[in-house]
Design a protein around this ligand. Sequence first.
Ligand code: ATP
Length: 254
Amino acid sequence: MLRLDGISRHFGGLPALDGVSFTVPRGRVTALIGPNGAGKSTLINCITGADQPTGGAVVFQGRDITGLPAHRISRLGIARTFQNLRVFPRLSVLDNVLCGLTGQGGQSMIMAMLRLPSLRHRERLLRLRAMAALDCYQLGDKATWPAAILPYGDRKRVELARATVSRPDLLLLDEPVAGLNADETAGVGEQLKRLRAGGHTILLIEHDMTLVMEIADQVVVLDSGRCIAVGTPAEVRRNPVVLEAYLGQTEACA
Ligand SMILES: Nc1ncnc2c1ncn2[C@@H]1O[C@H](COP(=O)(O)OP(=O)(O)OP(=O)(O)O)[C@@H](O)[C@H]1O
């Protein structure tokens, strides 16, 4: 589904990513883990076009998408959530989720001005899809609320609904449970399991190791911009290089 070939990204000569290569298989959950500053968000930014790699190639469904602008990559079927929430505070919850369907409107400016019945029909269908996504995340009763007044946990779920509403071929989730309490984390964990069961391909950045070990099929470990391990959760958990770099020597000795 996605192949990364030697991705590098240097900031002022300092490597945030240094020749990172791995593949994200279709229909599986791949977790990307690593200590703070390892380069995880930079890598997601390079995949989605929010940033450009200084070396290497991003190949999605057989096509080289390296350096394409973010809106074109999004149209190819890659959606994401952000580590620092990016909901539109003044838009309603429903409109925030409809933003995840902008590429599917299919209307030209002329059609939009003429308000043809076919266009109104299409808009109704998109709203129904957005409402169904909100229901999946238990947000249906807050559809008309401005996003600004939602509690943090709800805003996280609005982002998830927006990222998943278009049924993207690849879903990139940057710390979806960061800042959530235990109940909210469990709720999002259930959602992620449902997405996995539904055949979604997911690249998940997460520091919550319990969640990662529970839902990932494959774990990729970054450390100081390098890929130091790729394997199943069980393989990675007992890899001494990973334990030393990420989990700490104490656990390695346990
Ligand atoms: N725009 C930038 N300018 C300069 N340095 C940057 C920039 N973005 C990231 N970096 C640096 O690149 C390195 C990797 O950062 P990145 O945010 O990708 O790490 P991360 O693994 O996502 O960390 P965390 O788990 O804390 O989110 C860090 O040293 C960071 O300071």
